[in-house]
Design a binder for this molecule. Structure first.
Ligand code: NDP
Length: 279
């Protein structure tokens, strides 16, 4: 780089892009829970980008199981998809995944970590249990915490390797897939289900996202909590009501949001259209 590139927006190959506000341009991304639902949707949308990432790490807790078949079919056609065995409720699995991703990346860093894997248990206040509260909290809240810790060195490396000081998802970011159901002020769709363990885990995930944003800002890493909308997936569509959003619409919206956010949004709780959600 020389003087003429000052304040230019360059991609990971040094090609000039029009504006950092309009294009998400990542060299590497890791999506947890990438074998179905929104996670698989992210993988598909990354593949369709004008400039797909060089590495799409698809975290999957059971890569040999039936539920991973669609992801495996996709990976067999696209060598930039690398399936990473990853159980987010197991610290040793997370450490092994970080080591594997680091090996693939060689000396470069990881631009984008999407903590998407999540579970919900249809429990009300009356029948919630220690087991369900612990299982949901471990997956939805502790998982993203440990993922952030384990992948921090790779995210830092990506931030250091990107030109410019402005935070962006093209540089280095942690995206925590939260839910409007975790909003304490709004108590979204309470009448459809109390799902107490889920609501508590996402409210805590929102706090974690804020903590991560404050701690990781100095390393050049942007962090947000994102609500995907109410989406037609196994999780979203379990009740009698058909969710309004398709996976495609939700993921497309979220990627547009990710392409536009910067320093002032780090630590925010946003929905798939970029609207701020009350805590
Ligand atoms: P799905 O139930 O369709 O998919 C969940 C994914 O997470 C699966 O790939 C599943 O893997 C994986 N997963 C679950 N537990 C673990 C674990 N312990 N380790 C690794 N992977 C795991 O959910 P959605 O796609 O709908 O949801 C994705 C995210 O979006 C979640 O965090 C959810 O809370 C959030 N969200 C979804 C909404 C919706 O309307 N759909 C609304 C608001 C938020 P496996 O196949 O092995 O079970």
């Amino acid at each position: 780089l020389s003087e003429k590139e000052t304040s230019a927006f360059l991609d990971w190959e040094g090609k000039r892009r029009t504006s950092s506000m309009t294009e998400l341009c990542v060299r590497s991304v890791l999506v947890t829970g990438a074998n179905r639902g929104l996670g698989l949707g992210f993988v598909q949308h990354f593949l369709r980008m004008p400039k797909p990432p060089q590495w799409i790490f698809a975290g999957c807790r059971d890569p040999t199981g039936q539920r991973a078949q669609e992801l495996k079919n996709l990976a067999s056609k696209h060598p930039n998809i690398i399936i990473i065995p990853l159980e987010v409720a197991d610290p040793s699995s997370i450490k092994a995944a970080a080591a594997k991703v680091g090996e693939h990346l060689g000396g470069s860093g990881l631009n984008l970590l999407i903590n998407n894997a999540g579970i919900a248990r249809p429990k009300s206040l009356d029948n919630e249990t220690l087991e369900s509260m612990s299982e949901v909290y471990t997956t939805n809240t502790i998982g993203p915490l440990l993922m952030g810790q384990a992948f921090l060195p790779l995210l830092k490396k990506a931030a250091q390797g990107s030109p410019g000081s402005e935070l962006s998802c093209s540089k280095a970011a942690v995206i925590n897939m939260s839910s409007y159901a975790g909003s304490i002020e709004d108590m979204y769709v309470w009448e459809f289900g109390q799902v107490v363990s889920y609501r508590c885990s996402k409210a805590a995930l929102n706090m974690l996202s804020k903590c991560q944003s404050l701690a990781y800002k100095e390393h050049g890493i942007l962090c947000v909590a994102l609500h995907p909308g109410w989406v037609q997936t196994d999780m979203g569509g379990t009740g009698s009501f058909k969710p309004p959003l398709t996976v495609d619409d939700s993921v497309q919206g979220m990627l547009k949001v990710l392409s536009s956010i910067s320093e002032k949004e780090t630590g925010a709780f946003l929905d798939w259209e970029g609207k701020v959600i009350p805590w």
